[in-house]
Design a protein around this ligand. Structure first.
Ligand SMILES: [Zn+2]
Ligand SMILES: [Zn+2]
Length: 380
């Protein structure tokens, strides 16, 4: 028997229970990524569907706390405590620790251990190299709690470098046109810039105002993104042949009219679905995802050694079915409120002026081998 729960008599439900507010640890009196305001919240990462404002006390990585402050202000929680990766924190008779999830800067899986039973709540994660965040850490556990955003065999993301090359080929082919790439503001924007830099593109990259704050933060955390400029400060002639990033919603807004004959692109795992690209009128879909694909989800579940899997959101039924047919206990949690990262990406009006003057990112070498940069392995 591989599960210590048979040894200790502890079950997953003695550690975490699913409630309408989200996953709760009654023994420690806390919730993980609650979708409603609670007294004590542990937060996996800064996306708005996981990191909500209004909790009493928040425990998260320093980067996630910074992102929450950037998004919602200093008073977005009653109090904040930072947890460093790998540090064990005791909450009553429960031990919790945060470990890299490879999803966005500061993203964490949260391991909760009680009475010898280890439950890992992975939040959102991906098991591929991302130059803008620490690589996913594989955590052996008894119960693995996973998302299933792309939990269907049809979702295979492929190589992000190949997708980036498609963009740069199009830029070379249409030197008089601008290329507008729709990206989520936290994580995807900075990763796409880093991928473009890794492909040796050194010209300035232009940004929509809604992407400035998080991008500035990444640069401040030592992630080199090369020269970045505000699109709104540039004239039409300067934007010919340029690459500009914006929230997906801005691709069809007034904002995009300043660009000469733009080619529209969107970097998302959803771009694997041709109908979605067509529906959004995307000329150049780029399959670049910050979530594990089908192979990533199933390989990760197997590698954790978990005998039991709980699926929070996404394509729960397909992944639960796969788990059961491969000899694992599994159940869907059907947590309502996750998977809405797009909710804050329809840009609305561009911020009139950024919080700080000066360049968003100036020079700086492209990410290579520092410890923020993911030199971790691709999926096993
Ligand atoms: Zn996320
Ligand atoms: Zn999410």
């Amino acid at each position: 028997m591989r599960n210590s729960d048979y040894v200790s008599g502890m079950r997953g439900e003695d550690v975490l229970v699913s409630t309408p507010a989200g996953l709760c640890c009654p023994a420690g009196g806390f919730y993980i990524d609650p979708v409603r305001p609670v007294d004590k919240a542990l937060i996996t990462h800064g996306h708005s569907d996981h990191a909500r404002a209004g909790h009493g006390a928040v425990l998260a990585t320093p980067e996630t706390l910074d992102v929450m402050r950037l998004r919602c202000g200093d008073d977005c929680a009653g109090s904040m405590q930072a947890a460093r990766y790998g540090e064990t924190i005791a909450i009553d008779d429960v031990a919790v620790s945060f470990h890299p999830a490879g999803h966005v800067l500061g993203s964490a899986q949260i391991r909760v251990e009680r009475g010898g039973l280890r439950v890992v709540v992975s939040g959102d994660y991906k098991d591929v190299v991302d130059p803008t965040c620490a690589p996913f850490e594989l955590l052996p556990c008894d119960v693995f709690v996973t998302e299933a955003t792309f939990g269907l065999p049809v979702f295979r993301h492929g190589d992000p470098a190949v997708e980036t090359a498609k963009l740069l080929q199009s830029v070379a082919l249409f030197p008089e046109r601008a290329h507008l790439v729709g990206v989520y503001a936290l994580g995807k924007a900075q990763r796409v810039i880093a991928l473009i830099r890794q492909a040796s593109y050194e010209k300035p990259i232009y940004l929509h105002g809604a992407l400035e704050n998080f991008t500035r933060y990444y640069v401040a955390r030592g992630i080199g993104l090369g020269e970045l400029r505000r699109a709104r400060d540039a004239g039409k002639a300067e934007l010919a042949g340029a690459i500009a990033l914006c929230p997906p919603g801005a691709l069809r807004e007034l904002w995009s009219r300043r660009f000469p004959d733009p080619v529209t692109s969107f970097a998302s795992g959803w771009m694997r679905v041709r109908a979605r690209a067509r529906q959004r009128q995307i000329d150049l879909p780029l399959v670049i995802s910050d979530h594990a694909d089908w192979d990533g989800l199933t390989a990760t579940i197997a590698a954790t050694g978990a005998g039991e899997v709980w699926v929070t959101h996404g394509e729960e039924d397909a992944l639960v079915h796969w788990c059961m047919t491969s000899g694992r206990k599994a159940r869907p949690l059907r947590i309502v409120g996750y998977g809405e990262e797009d909710a804050d990406v329809d840009a609305g009006p561009e911020p009139a002026s950024s919080a700080e003057a000066g360049p968003i990112g100036s020079g700086g070498s492209p990410p290579s081998g520092s410890d923020q940069t993911g030199n971790g392995e691709a999926r096993s």
